[in-house]
Design a protein around this ligand. Structure first.
Ligand SMILES: Nc1ncnc2c1ncn2[C@@H]1O[C@H](COP(=O)(O)OP(=O)(O)OP(=O)(O)O)[C@@H](O)[C@H]1O
Ligand SMILES: [Mg+2]
Length: 232
């Protein structure tokens, strides 16, 4: 497994929010974390990123223990977090934002190759390179934040609620892009409330309830059931 969490507990100050979480995600997999509001999904992602320190348990990435490691080191090692909130620099152009995403890429040829890939995946962005990011629609800004994350060729991408507040067509588009990221070899850990699409693009699913994982299943199995309300 590329990333593995073993019996991790974490929270804020003295308030423990996630308890005994064990989950994993491998290259070429989309693994989803679903659960009600406040279940601890975002907290889990932030604990992997290292902005929240785990109190117990172990996190491993690329066969190395990264428990408690600084987020900057985790990002350098190949982990990216695309937050629930929009994450672009509104006063910079689309092009400038994309290039900021590339600041860790050392080889120039790679930057060119990654940009081609981004134009390919996000044709909307290609048409708007000189537009200020802050003047783009919510869906376009979502795509831009994904493009920024992809410029650095991360190995593990964690995406928090990418479809929140967006129109169905854009949600579908974002779903396709996420699936493709995994098909190209990345490991994707996805949090999304849009269960049906999430199941369609994921390989495996973990259901969280009150800070704990209550079910792990393949997406296919859950899709076959046809009903998911009882998962919560
Ligand atoms: N900075 C914080 N300080 C204290 N408690 C927090 C903080 N952030 C989140 N929490 C609490 O931790 C719990 C889990 O929050 P978290 O954001 O991880 O849930 P979530 O599953 O991502 O929910 P949602 O679907 O609403 O995004 C909630 O009870 C929340 O109030
Ligand atoms: Mg959340």
């Amino acid at each position: 497994m590329l990333m593995e969490m073993k019996a991790v507990s974490a929270g804020y100050y003295r308030k423990r929010v996630i308890h005994d979480i064990s989950l994993s995600v491998d290259r070429s997999e989309v693994v989803s974390l679903i659960g009600h509001n406040g279940a601890g999904k975002t907290t889990t992602l932030k604990t992997i990123l290292g902005v929240i320190k785990s109190e117990q348990g172990e996190i491993r990435f690329r066969d190395k223990r990264i428990t408690g490691q600084d987020p900057v080191e985790n990002v350098t090692a190949g982990i990216r977090f695309i937050p629930q909130e929009r994450f672009t620099f509104p006063d910079l152009t689309v092009w400038e934002n994309i290039m900021l995403g590339a600041h860790q890429v050392q080889q120039k040829e790679k930057i060119g190759k990654n940009i081609d890939e981004i134009y390919n995946q996000f044709p909307i962005l290609k048409k708007r390179l000189s537009q200020k990011a802050g003047t783009m629609s919510g869906g376009e800004q979502r795509m831009l934040s994904m493009a920024m994350a992809m410029m650095a060729e991360p190995q593990l991408v964690m995406v928090d609620e990418p479809s929140l507040g967006l129109a169905p067509l854009i949600i579908q588009e974002i779903g396709r892009i996420i699936r493709r990221m995994a098909d190209q070899g990345m490991a994707v850990l996805l949090v999304d409330q849009n269960i049906k699409q999430t199941l369609k693009i994921s390989n495996r699913v973990y259901v969280m309830k009150n800070g704990q994982i209550v079910l792990e299943e393949t997406s296919q199995k859950l899709l076959d059931r046809g009903e998911w309300w009882d998962l919560y």
